[in-house]
Design a protein around this ligand. Structure first.
Ligand code: B12
Ligand code: SF4
Length: 486
């Protein structure tokens, strides 16, 4: 370790590596929470510099003592390449996060130490061991940490210019359910741990108004969450989070969620609906009706439904794609995401497909939900990818969607100009309104409508990288990415 023995100050790089295949590009503009949480647990004598590889190039000549890298599976290859480069320069490397926790034996080939699972209670000891040159290879989170008294994430290490004005916060860890494609129970345990609501409220009070609850399922522990939402009703927060669609079965809960400031919920619509969408399975068609009803309940209460549709289950055949479009038409879900089922290592799904010899692609960079890495039961991998691409194009590329968003009249010649000049219309919903807030702030205007077309174009041309990336992401989302290349 290149530590100056005379100085107690050490330099640490924290890195969230790049990965491909985030079709809704603006999501990269939400800052990751794992490393800011780790930073909060890092002793003060470490000077931390944070890099988000999705948004910036990691300098090759980083002058640091230790590199700390977090990786989900699709980031693993980039994480390992970076790690190898650091090791060559005699910089100490620690790997952690979802993928190294699932496959520590693979990760240790590229690191001095690997943290398996949560870092609280392990991290400071690991750093001390590294400093003394006697670190272990694996640091395993044997006892899941109590979530009381956790330090606040160190959002100050983030470059705010890179991100939407929204802060992530976590209230729960673990999950007692067992969805076959999910890595959460394996990494965080089956016990659902929840923080003290008092502490969460205190954290929220210290945060700006827009918040993202990264919790996987805000339907579990409804009593605790109800208490939180009641307290939030007086707090002037606007938040988004994730839940199963059945959250809408309880209309009182939906009302409370809305009152607490919820403007959108990301729901997993895929498995039940796609099963029900098979017309011949009439006994399941009730699921589709119920899902439509739940979506409507949320929408009627003013909550935007962001739907995740996963394709490639054994019962999915090629009819699923058009059936999904029909479902979208009926349900008016405004921001669907079309994902390919992906067998993340150590999940029940991986084991099942592996046992049948159906996994044919082990390039982790492809494990990003845009590639078929296994042989589906009722179509070829190619048809699965084509079907999902078709949905992205059909839904986001179709003219009436653009018209709806832009108020444009299909005049393709001037669409590029229109895209720029109509940005305020484009951002009609709340997600996009967040972007607008960022833009108006940079333009020094309170209300985005005060920004003239000229100013907007000037901003675009001179732009700070954040604006360009965010706007380009949205233009791509709308299926007009090729205009940006001209
Ligand atoms: C928010 C989130 C996102 C965000 C931001 C990513 C991020 N990591 O912040 C976004 C939207 C970008 C995202 C994208 C994806 N995600 Co995601 N995401 C999550 C979620 C819900 C919460 C992550 C979080 O903020 N946790 C809170 C922090 C505090 O926890 P943490 O990051 O794990 O960090 C702790 C420890 O792991 C450790 N730690 C973390 N890194 C490091 C590094 C070192 C060196 C050390 C020592 C310790 C350490 O310290 C922290 C404190 O203990 C998790 C589920 C979960 N419960 O973890 C899934 C999860 C991480 N995502 C997952 C996946 C697969 C994806 C996708 C790749 C695919 C998908 N599901 O769509 C996509 C990208 C593609 C796409 N289509 O968009 C999987 C990962 C599985 C895997 N094997 O990689 C998870 C576990 C969900 C699941 N159901 O399995 N995701
Ligand atoms: S997908 Fe959500 S509900 Fe299912 S096991 Fe994972 S965290 Fe739990």
């Amino acid at each position: 370790m290149k530590i100056d023995k005379n100085s107690n100050v050490k330099k640490m790089a924290m890195i969230f590596p790049d990965f491909e295949g985030l079709p809704l590009k603006y999501r990269a503009s939400i800052a990751p929470l794992g490393l800011t949480t780790l930073a909060a647990n890092t002793p003060e004598n470490y000077e931390i510099e944070f890099f988000d590889g999705r948004l910036e190039t990691i300098p090759e000549d980083l002058d640091v003592d230790i590199a700390v890298i977090s990786a989900m599976t699709p980031q693993a290859k980039n994480a390992y390449d970076l790690a190898d480069g650091f090791l060559e320069k005699n910089i100490r490397v620690v790997l952690g996060g979802a993928h190294p926790s699932l496959l520590p034996d693979e990760a240790i080939e590229h690191a001095d130490a690997v943290v398996v699972g949560e870092a609280e209670g392990i991290w400071e000891g690991l750093l001390a061991d590294l400093e003394m040159g006697k670190s272990e290879r694996f640091y395993i989170c044997e006892h899941k940490p109590d979530l009381t008294g956790l330090p606040r994430p160190r959002y100050d290490i983030l470059n705010d210019d890179n991100y939407l004005p929204i802060r992530s916060i976590q209230i729960t860890r673990g999950c007692p359910l067992n969805c076959e494609y999910c890595a959460v129970p394996k990494n965080f345990g089956k016990k659902y741990r929840i923080r003290s609501i008092e502490e969460v409220v205190a954290d929220l009070e210290a945060l700006p108004p827009n918040v993202y609850f990264v919790d996987d399922n805000i339907l579990l522990k409804k009593r605790n969450f109800s208490e939180l939402f009641r307290l939030m009703s007086t707090m002037d927060k606007e938040w988004t989070g994730m839940a199963p669609l059945s959250i809408a079965a309880d209309k009182e809960y939906v009302k409370l969620i809305k009152q607490s400031g919820c403007w959108s919920i990301y729901v997993d619509i895929g498995p039940s609906v796609s099963f029900g969408l098979k017309k011949e399975i009439t006994s399941y068609s009730g699921m589709v009706e119920r899902s439509l009803e739940y979506i409507k309940t949320l929408q009627d209460s003013g909550i935007k439904v962001m739907g995740s549709f996963i394709f490639g289950f054994d019962y999915d055949d090629e009819s699923i794609f058009d059936n999904t479009l029909e479902f979208l038409e009926k349900s008016k879900v405004v921001e669907p995401e079309f994902l390919i089922l992906t067998p993340y290592p150590k999940t029940p799904l991986f084991d099942k497909l592996e046992a049948k010899g159906r996994i044919f692609d082990r390039n982790w960079s492809h494990y990003n939900t845009t590639h078929a890495v296994f042989v589906p039961e009722k179509m070829t991998p190619e048809r699965l990818e084509e079907g999902v691409n078709y949905l992205w194009e059909e839904f986001y590329g179709r003219m009436n969607y653009v018209e709806e968003r832009l108020g444009a009249n299909g005049d393709v010649e001037s669409i590029h100009k229109k895209l720029l000049s109509s940005i305020p219309n484009l951002f009609r919903d709340r997600t996009h309104a967040l972007v607008v807030e960022g833009i108006s702030e940079m333009a020094g205007k309170k209300d985005v409508k005060q920004i003239t077309e000229d100013e907007l174009i000037r901003l675009w041309l001179k732009n700070p990288p954040a604006i360009k990336r965010i706007v380009a992401g949205i233009i791509n989302d709308l299926g007009y990415g090729h205009y940006l290349e001209e």
